[in-house]
Design a protein around this ligand. Structure first.
Ligand SMILES: [Zn+2]
Length: 128
């Protein structure tokens, strides 16, 4: 079981708006909050988001470089994947691989892929 993941972000406010909404939808709750960061927890695991220092902001994130490619979360059902896809669209969150949605991850893999404000890829996949 994962203990926690910490992610540096370019715009803490934008990340808090996005991740706060998404993680609450996934039944996480706000765990810690301070000037330079925040975290959300569910059971024993938590996700931490920290404002990147100005001097490290020049390079930026790209999921094709070395490092994190994407974060994947369990959806309760295929219905939740569909429901969240609609909500993501309403919020104008970029959805990836729409041409192959909801099977972009493979024939028997029901999921939605989208981007966070730093273009970190996020996946919500039905467990069934
Ligand atoms: Zn995946």
């Amino acid at each position: 079981m994962l203990h926690h993941i910490e992610i540096n972000v370019s715009d803490l406010k934008a990340s808090h708006e996005f991740w706060g909404w998404l993680l609450e939808e996934l039944e996480y709750s706000l765990y810690q909050e301070w000037e330079k960061g925040f975290s959300y927890r569910k059971n024993e695991a938590y996700l931490v988001f920290v404002q990147t220092q100005e001097r490290f902001l020049d390079v930026g994130y790209h999921r094709s470089r070395v490092g994190l490619n994407h974060l994947a979360f369990h959806a309760a059902s295929r219905e939740q994947v569909d429901h969240m896809t609609e909500k993501l669209k309403q919020r104008h969150v970029p959805i990836l691989y729409l041409d192959r949605h909801p099977f972009a991850g493979g024939e028997n893999h029901y999921a939605v892929f989208f981007e966070d404000p730093d273009r970190i890829k996020v996946e919500l996949a039905a467990s069934e």
